[in-house]
Design a protein around this ligand. Structure first.
Ligand SMILES: Nc1ncnc2c1ncn2[C@@H]1O[C@H](COP(=O)(O)OP(=O)(O)OP(=O)(O)O)[C@@H](O)[C@H]1O
Ligand SMILES: [Mg+2]
Length: 327
């Protein structure tokens, strides 16, 4: 347990970082595989989806905590971000390094090559121990925090039903879960009834095992999720540069993306997740939820790391988002 006074303020949202990462971006003019490449510049950002969500929420002024795991050997970078953004650190410290994902940005071709690490390998005993610690931490936090965000991949050895287990426990204690993951962890946890899910179109297509090439197919599939039992209250399907769909049992909306200067699309989905939760805390209508979540994503696109401009700017952006009803 980290010493940084984690109980200082009662957080309203907890994000669960089971597989955080450091994102190392290296710029190279003309990447040549197999050769010695001279890099121009390197930047290291603290990341991983749950940390990105916490970072955006905190920029918007929401008291946020992170639980999960980080590696002791490069924990300082996480601690610096948590301290700077006043994010309560409830992470467990493991021996070794937090994984480092590399992005090789070729400044000539404009292409980015991603090298993503799987994360630390958990033995069954270590996986059980981490999950038990996270569950106990959530039991305490959910007394104050209504929303728990489960986002990102699971490291090797963490069972694919980990998010399902957490969802059951949190929601039995009166909390509400927003789920943003893919593959088996998404499928298994969805069956436990998280209140909100935010797949992108590829994650949704993989979930149902068929291509979703049209808006009609995407909406119909979102509605299938809403007709399940148990079912989420809100399904947001993000469509990259095509915007996003926001579906409930009695409403279907499409938000068009804002026209902004894109610095980086990395983490746009994470910002949208943060915006969805912020909208829930404010009790917004579905249309205003769609506007705020899309504004979070658009605001993040203008920056490199998981950071937002001042809340007033994000709110002003939200007013400019077009939201259309879907028949
Ligand atoms: N190129 C873009 N131009 C405008 N808006 C974009 C663009 N890319 C993303 N967005 C906005 O960000 C939202 C989320 O993006 P996206 O669908 O790519 O999420 P994602 O695939 O979950 O991303 P990630 O998981 O990498 O953060 C979109 O719904 C849209 O509003
Ligand atoms: Mg995503």
């Amino acid at each position: 347990m980290n010493p940084l006074n984690p109980f200082a303020e009662s957080p309203h949202v907890v994000t669960v970082a089971l597989n955080p990462a450091l994102d190392q971006t290296i710029e190279i003019a003309g990447l040549r595989p197999g050769a010695v490449n001279r890099a121009l510049r390197m930047q290291v950002d603290v990341g991983g989806k749950a940390v990105n969500v916490a970072s955006c929420l905190s920029d918007f002024g929401v008291n946020t905590a992170v639980t999960g795991q980080i590696g002791r050997d490069n924990a300082a970078l996480f601690e610096e971000l948590f301290q700077r953004k006043k994010i309560a650190n409830h992470c467990y410290y493991l021996d070794g390094l937090t994984r480092i994902n590399s992005k090789l940005v070729d400044t000539v071709s404009g292409e980015t090559t991603d090298l993503n690490m799987p994360g630390p390998e958990f033995t069954p005993a270590a996986a059980t121990e981490l999950l038990e610690q996270v569950l106990q931490r959530l039991d305490l936090l959910v007394e104050h925090a209504r929303w728990v965000v489960l986002s990102g991949s699971l490291p090797p050895g963490i069972p694919e039903d980990a998010y399902a287990t957490i969802t059951r426990r949190v929601q039995a204690a009166g909390g509400a879960v927003l789920l943003d993951t893919s593959g088996a962890p998404l499928r298994v946890a969805l069956a436990t009834g998280p209140k909100i899910v935010k797949p992108n179109r590829h994650e949704l297509a993989e979930l149902v095992g068929r291509p979703l090439d049209t808006l009609e197919a995407l909406v119909a599939t979102g509605r299938e999720l809403l007709a399940g039992s148990p079912a989420p209250d809100l399904v947001a399907v993000s469509l990259g540069e095509d915007g996003a769909l926001f579906l409930t049992r009695n409403q279907a909306l499409r938000a068009l993306p804002a026209r902004v200067n894109v610095s980086s699309t990395v983490g746009a989905g994470d910002a949208m997740v943060a915006g969805l939760v912020a909208a829930q805390l404010e009790g917004l209508s579905l249309a205003d939820t769609a506007r705020l979540a899309t504004a979070f994503a658009a605001a993040k696109l203008t920056r490199l790391g998981p950071h937002l401009p001042r809340p007033a700017e994000v709110r002003a952006l939200a007013q400019q988002i077009s939201v259309l009803p879907i028949a």
